[in-house]
Design a protein around this ligand. Structure first.
Ligand SMILES: [Cu+2]
Length: 185
């Protein structure tokens, strides 16, 4: 009896040492980590896909977020407002009325002090691309080119607080047809 009990406890101790040596406790915590980080990822990636849906139009559509209106100053190569503002991070529907009787115009929101460079790149892009460059990170949002008398919307998220510019990139208009866009905190 005594010998057997010692032998048994010796085996139990050896088994315990083995399980410790194998690090039996380690796989459990590492297995729970990926499960915890995997769940927030799909939720975060589905959100931007849904917000990119609204596109620029050549007719007034439903308003998403705050409506901001701007127009051409009649037949002048100018906007009727030289300053616009909106709260950073909010959604806005910018509605641009081309009140001209004959001029074509667009409304393009760009990084500060880049209006002329973006307009030059827009000329290269051509009429088929609404006189705006493709995939240009200086450009934040833009309407389509609107014919005389047309009204168009573009829905976008206001960028980080700071100063930006808006400009018409139709060839030859950017020198006079622009304004300041302030994203307020
Ligand atoms: Cu114009």
């Amino acid at each position: 009896m005594k010998k057997g009990a010692i032998f048994f406890s010796g085996l139990a101790a050896a088994a315990l040492m083995l399980s410790v040596a194998c690090g039996g406790g380690q796989p459990a915590p590492t297995a729970t980590k990926p499960a915890a980080t995997a769940t927030p990822r799909p939720a975060a990636t589905t959100a931007p896909a849904a917000t990119t849906a609204p596109a620029a139009t050549t007719a007034p559509g439903p308003v998403t977020g705050t409506l901001i209106e701007v127009a051409a100053a009649g037949d002048q190569l100018k906007f009727d407002k030289d300053k616009l503002s909106a709260k950073a991070g909010t959604q806005v529907t910018l509605r641009f009325k081309n009140t001209s009787g004959f001029n074509l115009h667009n409304w393009v929101l760009v990084q500060n002090n880049t209006k002329d460079a973006v307009a030059t790149a827009g000329v290269t892009a051509g009429a088929a691309n609404n006189w705006v460059p493709a995939n240009d990170n200086r450009m934040i949002a833009h309407t389509k080119v609107l014919n005389a008398g047309q009204t168009g919307d573009v829905v976008f998220t206001v960028p980080a607080a700071g100063k930006y510019q808006y400009v018409c990139t139709f060839p030859g208009h950017n020198a006079t047809m622009f304004g300041e866009f302030e994203a307020t905190p």
